[in-house]
Design a protein around this ligand. Structure first.
Ligand SMILES: NC(=O)c1ccc[n+]([C@@H]2O[C@H](COP(=O)([O-])OP(=O)(O)OC[C@H]3O[C@@H](n4cnc5c(N)ncnc54)[C@H](O)[C@@H]3O)[C@@H](O)[C@H]2O)c1
Length: 383
Protein backbone atom coordinates (compact mmCIF):
# COMPACT_ATOMS: atom_id res chain seq x y z
CA UNK A 1 0.00 0.00 0.00
CA UNK A 2 1.28 3.47 -0.85
CA UNK A 3 2.46 5.37 2.19
CA UNK A 4 1.23 8.85 3.05
CA UNK A 5 3.96 11.42 2.71
CA UNK A 6 5.03 13.65 5.61
CA UNK A 7 6.90 16.44 3.89
CA UNK A 8 9.23 18.22 6.30
CA UNK A 9 10.34 21.87 6.29
CA UNK A 10 13.15 22.32 8.83
CA UNK A 11 13.93 25.80 10.18
CA UNK A 12 17.44 26.07 11.65
CA UNK A 13 20.38 23.80 10.85
CA UNK A 14 22.33 23.95 14.10
CA UNK A 15 22.69 21.33 16.81
CA UNK A 16 19.00 20.44 16.84
CA UNK A 17 18.65 20.76 13.06
CA UNK A 18 21.15 17.89 12.85
CA UNK A 19 19.55 15.84 15.64
CA UNK A 20 16.11 16.12 14.00
CA UNK A 21 17.41 15.44 10.47
CA UNK A 22 19.14 12.30 11.73
CA UNK A 23 15.88 11.19 13.39
CA UNK A 24 13.84 11.80 10.23
CA UNK A 25 16.36 9.84 8.17
CA UNK A 26 16.52 6.86 10.56
CA UNK A 27 12.98 6.41 11.83
CA UNK A 28 11.54 4.53 8.84
CA UNK A 29 14.37 1.97 8.86
CA UNK A 30 13.58 0.78 12.39
CA UNK A 31 9.95 1.75 12.97
CA UNK A 32 7.95 1.09 9.77
CA UNK A 33 4.64 2.98 9.63
CA UNK A 34 2.02 4.12 7.16
CA UNK A 35 3.96 7.37 6.66
CA UNK A 36 7.00 8.13 4.55
CA UNK A 37 9.11 11.09 5.66
CA UNK A 38 10.28 13.34 2.84
CA UNK A 39 12.96 15.94 3.60
CA UNK A 40 11.51 18.70 1.45
CA UNK A 41 13.34 21.87 2.48
CA UNK A 42 15.69 23.37 5.05
CA UNK A 43 15.48 27.06 5.89
CA UNK A 44 18.36 29.23 7.12
CA UNK A 45 19.38 32.81 6.42
CA UNK A 46 22.69 31.96 4.74
CA UNK A 47 21.89 30.33 1.37
CA UNK A 48 25.32 28.76 0.86
CA UNK A 49 25.34 27.16 4.30
CA UNK A 50 21.73 26.03 3.90
CA UNK A 51 22.61 24.40 0.56
CA UNK A 52 25.61 22.65 2.11
CA UNK A 53 23.35 21.32 4.89
CA UNK A 54 20.68 20.27 2.36
CA UNK A 55 23.26 18.35 0.30
CA UNK A 56 24.71 16.64 3.35
CA UNK A 57 21.41 15.61 4.93
CA UNK A 58 19.34 14.99 1.79
CA UNK A 59 16.89 17.93 1.76
CA UNK A 60 15.45 18.54 -1.72
CA UNK A 61 15.55 22.35 -1.55
CA UNK A 62 16.35 25.39 0.58
CA UNK A 63 14.67 28.63 1.69
CA UNK A 64 16.30 31.65 3.32
CA UNK A 65 13.09 33.14 4.79
CA UNK A 66 10.91 31.03 7.08
CA UNK A 67 7.80 32.89 5.88
CA UNK A 68 8.41 31.55 2.37
CA UNK A 69 8.87 28.06 3.78
CA UNK A 70 5.54 28.27 5.56
CA UNK A 71 3.82 29.56 2.40
CA UNK A 72 4.93 26.50 0.42
CA UNK A 73 2.13 24.09 -0.46
CA UNK A 74 4.47 21.11 -0.75
CA UNK A 75 5.31 21.05 2.99
CA UNK A 76 3.15 19.36 5.66
CA UNK A 77 5.27 19.72 8.81
CA UNK A 78 7.18 22.81 9.99
CA UNK A 79 10.00 21.81 12.32
CA UNK A 80 11.20 24.72 14.47
CA UNK A 81 14.85 24.32 15.57
CA UNK A 82 15.88 27.95 16.13
CA UNK A 83 16.43 30.08 19.28
CA UNK A 84 13.35 30.50 21.48
CA UNK A 85 12.67 34.15 20.65
CA UNK A 86 11.52 32.95 17.20
CA UNK A 87 9.35 30.00 18.25
CA UNK A 88 6.08 31.85 18.84
CA UNK A 89 6.04 33.93 15.67
CA UNK A 90 6.94 30.98 13.45
CA UNK A 91 4.58 28.51 15.15
CA UNK A 92 1.60 30.88 15.07
CA UNK A 93 2.17 31.60 11.36
CA UNK A 94 2.55 27.86 10.67
CA UNK A 95 -0.70 27.07 12.52
CA UNK A 96 -2.54 29.75 10.54
CA UNK A 97 -1.24 28.11 7.36
CA UNK A 98 -2.66 24.77 8.58
CA UNK A 99 0.73 23.11 9.01
CA UNK A 100 1.62 20.40 11.52
CA UNK A 101 4.24 21.76 13.92
CA UNK A 102 7.21 20.26 15.72
CA UNK A 103 8.82 22.82 18.03
CA UNK A 104 12.00 22.72 20.06
CA UNK A 105 11.95 23.41 23.79
CA UNK A 106 11.23 25.53 25.70
CA UNK A 107 7.98 26.15 23.84
CA UNK A 108 8.49 29.93 23.97
CA UNK A 109 10.41 32.81 25.49
CA UNK A 110 7.77 33.02 28.25
CA UNK A 111 4.36 31.59 29.13
CA UNK A 112 2.46 34.53 27.61
CA UNK A 113 3.93 33.73 24.20
CA UNK A 114 3.33 30.02 24.83
CA UNK A 115 -0.36 30.72 25.57
CA UNK A 116 -0.62 32.40 22.15
CA UNK A 117 0.91 29.33 20.52
CA UNK A 118 -1.55 26.98 22.26
CA UNK A 119 -4.46 29.18 21.16
CA UNK A 120 -3.18 29.12 17.56
CA UNK A 121 -2.85 25.33 17.35
CA UNK A 122 -6.23 24.80 19.04
CA UNK A 123 -7.92 27.14 16.57
CA UNK A 124 -6.20 25.57 13.56
CA UNK A 125 -6.57 22.02 15.01
CA UNK A 126 -3.13 21.04 13.74
CA UNK A 127 -1.01 18.18 15.12
CA UNK A 128 1.78 19.55 17.32
CA UNK A 129 4.64 18.32 19.48
CA UNK A 130 7.49 19.74 21.57
CA UNK A 131 10.92 18.05 21.40
CA UNK A 132 11.31 17.23 25.12
CA UNK A 133 13.31 14.23 23.98
CA UNK A 134 14.44 12.91 27.38
CA UNK A 135 10.94 11.47 27.79
CA UNK A 136 11.92 9.09 24.99
CA UNK A 137 15.06 7.54 26.46
CA UNK A 138 14.15 3.88 27.07
CA UNK A 139 15.36 3.99 30.70
CA UNK A 140 13.21 7.07 31.42
CA UNK A 141 10.20 5.36 29.84
CA UNK A 142 10.88 2.34 32.06
CA UNK A 143 10.83 4.68 35.07
CA UNK A 144 7.45 6.00 33.86
CA UNK A 145 6.12 2.43 33.51
CA UNK A 146 7.20 1.53 37.06
CA UNK A 147 5.63 4.70 38.48
CA UNK A 148 2.39 4.25 36.53
CA UNK A 149 2.19 0.61 37.65
CA UNK A 150 2.16 1.91 41.24
CA UNK A 151 5.44 0.18 42.15
CA UNK A 152 6.76 3.18 44.08
CA UNK A 153 3.66 3.58 46.24
CA UNK A 154 3.35 7.07 47.67
CA UNK A 155 6.04 9.36 46.28
CA UNK A 156 7.83 11.57 48.82
CA UNK A 157 10.69 13.19 46.92
CA UNK A 158 11.68 14.14 43.39
CA UNK A 159 15.07 15.76 42.75
CA UNK A 160 16.82 16.70 39.56
CA UNK A 161 20.03 18.41 38.46
CA UNK A 162 21.29 19.67 35.13
CA UNK A 163 24.93 20.73 35.51
CA UNK A 164 27.33 22.20 32.95
CA UNK A 165 30.55 24.24 33.08
CA UNK A 166 30.93 25.99 29.71
CA UNK A 167 30.38 29.66 30.70
CA UNK A 168 32.88 30.00 33.57
CA UNK A 169 35.33 32.00 31.41
CA UNK A 170 34.51 35.74 31.90
CA UNK A 171 36.04 36.52 28.46
CA UNK A 172 33.30 34.50 26.72
CA UNK A 173 31.13 37.01 24.84
CA UNK A 174 27.32 36.97 24.76
CA UNK A 175 24.95 36.97 21.76
CA UNK A 176 25.31 36.21 18.07
CA UNK A 177 24.96 32.91 16.24
CA UNK A 178 27.07 30.81 18.61
CA UNK A 179 26.27 32.39 21.98
CA UNK A 180 22.61 33.43 21.73
CA UNK A 181 21.95 31.39 24.89
CA UNK A 182 23.81 34.04 26.93
CA UNK A 183 21.79 36.92 25.44
CA UNK A 184 18.58 37.54 27.37
CA UNK A 185 16.84 38.97 24.28
CA UNK A 186 17.25 35.68 22.40
CA UNK A 187 16.98 33.28 25.34
CA UNK A 188 14.61 35.02 27.80
CA UNK A 189 16.43 33.33 30.68
CA UNK A 190 19.57 31.27 31.26
CA UNK A 191 19.71 27.81 32.74
CA UNK A 192 16.08 27.97 33.87
CA UNK A 193 14.54 28.03 30.37
CA UNK A 194 17.35 26.08 28.75
CA UNK A 195 18.20 23.24 31.13
CA UNK A 196 15.69 23.20 33.99
CA UNK A 197 12.88 23.19 31.39
CA UNK A 198 14.01 19.65 30.51
CA UNK A 199 14.06 18.61 34.18
CA UNK A 200 10.62 20.15 34.78
CA UNK A 201 9.07 18.45 31.75
CA UNK A 202 10.39 15.02 32.77
CA UNK A 203 9.38 15.62 36.39
CA UNK A 204 5.79 16.55 35.58
CA UNK A 205 5.51 13.62 33.16
CA UNK A 206 6.70 11.20 35.85
CA UNK A 207 5.29 12.76 39.01
CA UNK A 208 2.45 15.08 37.97
CA UNK A 209 1.94 18.84 38.14
CA UNK A 210 3.83 21.35 40.29
CA UNK A 211 1.80 23.54 42.67
CA UNK A 212 4.23 26.22 43.87
CA UNK A 213 7.93 27.06 43.88
CA UNK A 214 10.56 28.90 45.89
CA UNK A 215 13.64 29.76 43.85
CA UNK A 216 16.99 31.49 43.79
CA UNK A 217 19.05 32.45 40.75
CA UNK A 218 22.50 33.96 40.34
CA UNK A 219 24.34 35.68 37.52
CA UNK A 220 28.00 35.18 38.37
CA UNK A 221 29.45 37.17 35.46
CA UNK A 222 27.57 40.46 35.42
CA UNK A 223 28.89 41.91 32.14
CA UNK A 224 30.11 40.40 28.90
CA UNK A 225 31.06 41.79 25.52
CA UNK A 226 28.17 41.46 23.06
CA UNK A 227 29.16 39.76 19.80
CA UNK A 228 26.77 41.85 17.70
CA UNK A 229 27.37 45.34 19.18
CA UNK A 230 31.02 44.87 20.20
CA UNK A 231 30.20 46.64 23.49
CA UNK A 232 30.43 45.33 27.04
CA UNK A 233 26.80 44.87 28.13
CA UNK A 234 24.94 43.72 31.23
CA UNK A 235 24.23 39.97 31.34
CA UNK A 236 20.48 39.45 31.75
CA UNK A 237 20.34 35.68 32.06
CA UNK A 238 20.57 33.45 35.14
CA UNK A 239 23.84 31.49 35.25
CA UNK A 240 22.56 29.20 38.00
CA UNK A 241 19.17 28.40 39.50
CA UNK A 242 17.94 26.24 42.35
CA UNK A 243 14.33 25.78 43.39
CA UNK A 244 12.16 23.84 45.79
CA UNK A 245 8.57 22.95 44.99
CA UNK A 246 5.45 21.12 46.08
CA UNK A 247 4.01 18.71 43.56
CA UNK A 248 0.21 18.41 43.38
CA UNK A 249 0.54 14.82 44.73
CA UNK A 250 2.07 16.10 47.97
CA UNK A 251 5.68 15.17 47.23
CA UNK A 252 8.56 17.63 47.56
CA UNK A 253 10.80 18.64 44.67
CA UNK A 254 14.37 19.95 44.59
CA UNK A 255 15.94 21.15 41.34
CA UNK A 256 19.33 22.66 40.53
CA UNK A 257 20.96 23.83 37.33
CA UNK A 258 24.14 25.73 36.57
CA UNK A 259 26.71 26.37 33.86
CA UNK A 260 29.39 26.80 36.57
CA UNK A 261 29.84 23.25 37.89
CA UNK A 262 33.47 22.71 36.84
CA UNK A 263 33.90 19.27 35.34
CA UNK A 264 30.27 18.67 34.42
CA UNK A 265 29.28 18.87 30.74
CA UNK A 266 25.66 17.76 30.72
CA UNK A 267 25.01 15.98 34.00
CA UNK A 268 21.24 15.61 33.92
CA UNK A 269 20.16 13.33 36.76
CA UNK A 270 16.89 12.66 38.52
CA UNK A 271 15.86 10.58 41.50
CA UNK A 272 12.39 9.65 42.74
CA UNK A 273 11.88 8.26 46.25
CA UNK A 274 8.66 6.36 46.89
CA UNK A 275 7.36 4.39 49.85
CA UNK A 276 8.26 1.04 48.22
CA UNK A 277 10.82 1.88 45.55
CA UNK A 278 13.35 4.52 44.51
CA UNK A 279 14.56 5.23 40.98
CA UNK A 280 17.64 7.07 39.70
CA UNK A 281 18.64 8.09 36.17
CA UNK A 282 21.75 9.81 34.81
CA UNK A 283 22.17 11.19 31.28
CA UNK A 284 25.86 10.22 31.31
CA UNK A 285 24.71 6.61 31.67
CA UNK A 286 21.41 7.05 29.88
CA UNK A 287 20.77 3.41 29.01
CA UNK A 288 20.65 2.41 32.69
CA UNK A 289 17.94 2.80 35.34
CA UNK A 290 18.96 2.41 38.98
CA UNK A 291 16.26 0.79 41.09
CA UNK A 292 15.95 0.09 44.81
CA UNK A 293 13.05 -2.25 45.56
CA UNK A 294 12.10 -2.45 49.24
CA UNK A 295 10.30 -5.77 48.65
CA UNK A 296 13.63 -7.47 47.82
CA UNK A 297 14.45 -9.51 50.91
CA UNK A 298 17.67 -10.82 52.34
CA UNK A 299 21.22 -9.55 52.59
CA UNK A 300 21.55 -8.97 48.80
CA UNK A 301 18.94 -6.22 48.97
CA UNK A 302 20.32 -3.02 47.45
CA UNK A 303 20.37 -0.74 44.46
CA UNK A 304 20.36 -2.57 41.14
CA UNK A 305 21.34 -1.16 37.80
CA UNK A 306 19.07 -2.26 34.94
CA UNK A 307 20.74 -2.19 31.52
CA UNK A 308 17.70 -1.11 29.54
CA UNK A 309 18.39 -2.95 26.29
CA UNK A 310 16.32 -6.12 26.40
CA UNK A 311 13.65 -7.00 23.85
CA UNK A 312 10.82 -6.23 26.28
CA UNK A 313 12.18 -2.82 27.29
CA UNK A 314 10.61 0.32 25.76
CA UNK A 315 11.57 0.80 22.08
CA UNK A 316 14.63 -1.48 22.36
CA UNK A 317 13.07 -4.53 20.65
CA UNK A 318 13.01 -2.55 17.41
CA UNK A 319 16.77 -1.96 17.48
CA UNK A 320 19.68 -4.36 17.89
CA UNK A 321 20.00 -7.43 20.10
CA UNK A 322 19.75 -7.41 23.92
CA UNK A 323 22.81 -5.92 25.61
CA UNK A 324 23.60 -3.34 22.92
CA UNK A 325 22.82 0.13 24.15
CA UNK A 326 21.07 3.09 22.58
CA UNK A 327 22.24 6.71 22.90
CA UNK A 328 21.23 10.36 22.77
CA UNK A 329 20.21 10.39 19.10
CA UNK A 330 17.69 7.57 19.63
CA UNK A 331 15.61 9.77 21.94
CA UNK A 332 14.90 12.05 18.95
CA UNK A 333 14.11 9.09 16.69
CA UNK A 334 11.66 7.82 19.32
CA UNK A 335 10.11 11.29 19.51
CA UNK A 336 9.37 11.06 15.77
CA UNK A 337 7.92 7.57 16.36
CA UNK A 338 5.53 9.14 18.89
CA UNK A 339 4.55 11.89 16.44
CA UNK A 340 3.77 9.37 13.68
CA UNK A 341 1.90 7.07 16.10
CA UNK A 342 -0.15 10.09 17.20
CA UNK A 343 -1.11 10.74 13.57
CA UNK A 344 -1.96 7.11 12.97
CA UNK A 345 -4.13 6.81 16.09
CA UNK A 346 -5.63 10.29 15.70
CA UNK A 347 -4.86 10.87 19.39
CA UNK A 348 -1.92 13.23 18.86
CA UNK A 349 1.58 12.99 20.28
CA UNK A 350 3.04 13.91 23.66
CA UNK A 351 4.50 16.20 24.80
CA UNK A 352 2.26 18.62 22.93
CA UNK A 353 2.07 22.41 23.04
CA UNK A 354 -0.14 22.27 26.16
CA UNK A 355 2.55 20.28 27.96
CA UNK A 356 5.11 22.81 26.75
CA UNK A 357 2.95 25.60 28.18
CA UNK A 358 2.73 23.78 31.53
CA UNK A 359 6.53 23.74 31.71
CA UNK A 360 6.72 27.41 30.72
CA UNK A 361 4.32 28.23 33.59
CA UNK A 362 6.74 26.58 36.02
CA UNK A 363 9.74 28.37 34.44
CA UNK A 364 7.97 31.72 34.79
CA UNK A 365 7.03 30.99 38.42
CA UNK A 366 10.65 30.03 39.20
CA UNK A 367 12.02 33.26 37.70
CA UNK A 368 9.37 35.33 39.43
CA UNK A 369 10.01 33.67 42.81
CA UNK A 370 13.77 34.24 42.44
CA UNK A 371 13.06 37.93 41.88
CA UNK A 372 10.57 38.38 44.72
CA UNK A 373 12.19 35.97 47.19
CA UNK A 374 8.72 34.53 47.87
CA UNK A 375 6.94 31.23 47.35
CA UNK A 376 5.06 31.57 44.05
CA UNK A 377 2.01 29.64 42.82
CA UNK A 378 2.30 27.94 39.44
CA UNK A 379 -0.46 28.64 36.93
CA UNK A 380 -2.08 25.36 35.85
CA UNK A 381 -2.97 24.50 32.27
CA UNK A 382 -6.73 24.15 31.71
CA UNK A 383 -7.73 20.61 30.68
N1 LIG B 1 15.89 18.87 22.95
C1 LIG B 1 17.15 19.10 23.29
O1 LIG B 1 17.79 18.31 23.96
C2 LIG B 1 17.80 20.39 22.86
C3 LIG B 1 19.21 20.52 22.86
C4 LIG B 1 19.76 21.71 22.37
C5 LIG B 1 18.94 22.73 21.93
N2 LIG B 1 17.58 22.60 22.00
C6 LIG B 1 16.68 23.67 21.53
O2 LIG B 1 16.74 23.76 20.11
C7 LIG B 1 16.60 25.12 19.70
C8 LIG B 1 17.82 25.50 18.85
O3 LIG B 1 18.98 25.24 19.61
P1 LIG B 1 20.34 24.73 18.92
O4 LIG B 1 21.19 24.20 20.01
O5 LIG B 1 20.03 23.86 17.76
O6 LIG B 1 20.90 26.12 18.43
P2 LIG B 1 22.01 26.40 17.33
O7 LIG B 1 22.56 27.72 17.66
O8 LIG B 1 22.91 25.23 17.18
O9 LIG B 1 21.14 26.51 15.99
C9 LIG B 1 20.17 27.51 15.83
C10 LIG B 1 19.88 27.63 14.36
O10 LIG B 1 18.88 28.63 14.17
C11 LIG B 1 19.22 29.37 12.99
N3 LIG B 1 18.49 30.62 12.96
C12 LIG B 1 18.56 31.67 13.83
N4 LIG B 1 17.71 32.64 13.42
C13 LIG B 1 17.09 32.20 12.27
C14 LIG B 1 16.13 32.73 11.40
N5 LIG B 1 15.60 33.95 11.58
N6 LIG B 1 15.72 31.98 10.32
C15 LIG B 1 16.23 30.75 10.11
N7 LIG B 1 17.16 30.18 10.93
C16 LIG B 1 17.58 30.91 11.98
C17 LIG B 1 20.72 29.49 13.10
O11 LIG B 1 21.30 29.84 11.86
C18 LIG B 1 21.09 28.06 13.52
O12 LIG B 1 21.17 27.21 12.39
C19 LIG B 1 16.43 25.93 20.98
O13 LIG B 1 15.05 26.08 21.23
C20 LIG B 1 17.06 25.04 22.05
O14 LIG B 1 16.54 25.21 23.34
C21 LIG B 1 17.03 21.44 22.44
Amino acid sequence: MAKKQLRIGLIGYGFMGRAHSNAFAQVGHFFPSSYEIVLKAVCARDAAKAQEFADRWGYESIETDWKKLIARKDIDVEDIAVPYNLHAEIAIAAAKAGKMILCEKPLALNSKEAEGMVKAIEKAKVPNMVWYNYRRCPAVVLAKQLIDAGKLGKVFHYRANFLQDWTINPELPQGGAALWRLDVKAAGSGVTGDLLAHCIDTAMWLNGGIKDVSAMTETFIKERKHTLTGKVEKVGIDDACAFMCHFNNGSLGLFESTRYARGHKALYTFEVNGENMSLKWDLHDLHRLQVFDYSDVGPERGWKSIHVSDGDHPYTGKWWVPGLQLGYEHSFIHQVVEFISGLESGKGAKPDFKDGLATDYVVDAVLSSAKSGKWTKVKQVKA
